[in-house]
Design a protein around this ligand. Structure first.
Ligand code: NAG
Ligand code: NAG
Ligand code: NAG
Length: 392
């Protein structure tokens, strides 16, 4: 009995760690990674996902401890084939870890907060300039990563741009996506469904008028709500399409910022707390229980209905060590941000016997998390954890 109790406590403690670490993210060749927890995993490219299995990523250097209080955020720097990880070290909340994909080496870039509030910061990585833009304390900030594939010895620093959004930010938990060299903010106060608030990067200019992306076929458009907004990548140039998934998981909206159209598609079938990211041809979901799903997307004709009609979420894989049980309650209604997946006992995985899964999140950002991908909310994670505690 005592040993059983100890085992349960150990599992519970592991969950806390797992639940606060990890993010899904792609490299420049569109191989999927889940970074965080005890091990990082690679799932390969989309043409291999029908029988995907997790391969442990073996990398040298200074791997993040993945022990932040919220989910880490992973971003692909496509031109540099580097992955930047924020919020992955509780002892260094501003430091940004870099995975050099080609050399498989981790390093830690020192970054001075210089006044930014890492607890309310929501950032996004601009594709073309490789500059992070953040909303914090009601205004815009930036830090330039130039062409970094590895950390440099001098510290970088966040810079206050002295510019504020064109709306009242009080109470606004940012959901940010990048496209057409514009930061798109969703769910902003005063907006209507289908409208985004825009920050024009090259002129550091918060556009006063909202941008409307009418819904294809006149279907209901994306709601004024918090969510996650990973941008799809392209083979080289600027990103133009954002996938917006509201926290309730009710739909997936593909926002084509060139055609000025929104295509509403099915929401993820698994509505539990999740982190989303995107490649050139898929939106990927990592749930808090370590399940991975994807929605295939054809970017060639987002505004047309043919290419993506019938697009459906499919199972991709489950993280090694992830639980096979399904939490009945976790969902993504959070007000803040990002989800993180956790995992539980080691009973089922397909991987090695002692790894216990983990989780993830990525990208682009929304909310407190985003990077490029989504994230779950703290409340959802706590609910998830409470669920397991209740089980015990
Ligand atoms: C997180 O990891 C860092 C680096 O290893 C360590 O200094 C810090 O104490 C850890 N924080 C927690 C809460 O374990
Ligand atoms: C989309 O909207 C922007 C801003 O209103 C406009 O400049 C652009 O020409 C529009 N594009 C199309 C294809 O209508
Ligand atoms: C998610 O949880 C919230 C709060 O418990 C609840 O109000 C909402 O109906 C739930 N949504 C779904 C889709 O289960």
């Amino acid at each position: 009995m005592l040993s059983r109790l100890i085992a349960l406590v150990a599992v519970g403690a592991g969950l806390v760690t797992a639940a606060s670490s990890g993010c899904p993210v792609f490299d420049a060749d569109m191989n999927l990674y889940v970074l965080g927890g005890a091990s990082d995993y690679v799932f390969g490219a989309q043409d291999a996902w029908s029988s995907a299995s997790a391969k442990t990523l073996s990398a040298a250097g200074k791997r993040p401890p993945f022990n932040g209080s919220k989910a880490p955020r992973c971003y692909l720097s496509q031109f540099n084939n580097a992955i930047y990880v924020l919020g992955a070290d509780s002892a260094n909340p501003t430091g940004i870890y870099i995975l050099n994909v080609a050399t498989k080496t981790w390093s830690l870039q020192a970054v001075d907060a210089a006044g930014i509030d890492t607890t309310d910061q929501v950032e996004i990585l601009d594709h073309d300039t490789n500059v992070f833009y953040a909303l914090s304390k009601g205004g815009f900030w930036f830090v330039n990563f130039h062409d970094q594939k590895d950390a440099i010895s001098s510290a970088l620093a966040w810079t206050d741009m002295g510019t504020k959004p064109a709306f009242d930010t009080s109470g606004y938990k940012a959901t940010m996506g990048i496209a057409s060299n514009h930061v798109h903010m969703f769910g902003t106060p005063g907006s209507q469904p289908g409208e985004a608030s825009i920050f024009v990067i090259h002129y550091a200019f918060p556009q006063a008028q909202l941008q409307l992306y009418p819904s294809v076929g006149g279907k209901s458009n994306f709601p004024v709500a918090h969510g996650q907004a990973p941008s799809l990548f392209r083979d080289g140039p600027e990103q133009t399409v954002i996938a917006f998934i509201p926290d309730d998981g009710s739909a997936t909206y593909l926002v084509d910022t060139k055609a000025n159209k929104t295509l509403p598609l099915a929401g993820p079938t698994d509505k539990s707390s999740s982190i989303f990211t995107a490649s050139t041809s898929a939106v990927v979901q990592l749930t808090a229980t370590g399940k991975i799903f994807f929605l295939p997307v054809d970017q060639a004709d987002i505004a047309g209905t043919a290419a993506n009609s019938g697009a459906a979420w499919k199972t991709l894989a489950t993280l090694p060590g992830a639980s096979t049980t399904t939490p009945t309650s976790g969902n993504t209604t959070s007000t803040t941000g990002t989800p993180r997946p956790g995992t539980s006992s080691s009973s089922s995985g397909s991987g090695s016997t002692d790894s216990t899964g983990d989780e993830s999140q990525s990208g682009t950002g929304s909310d407190d998390g985003t990077g490029s991908a989504g994230r779950l909310t703290t409340s959802a994670v706590l609910a998830f954890f409470a669920f397991f505690v209740a089980l015990f």
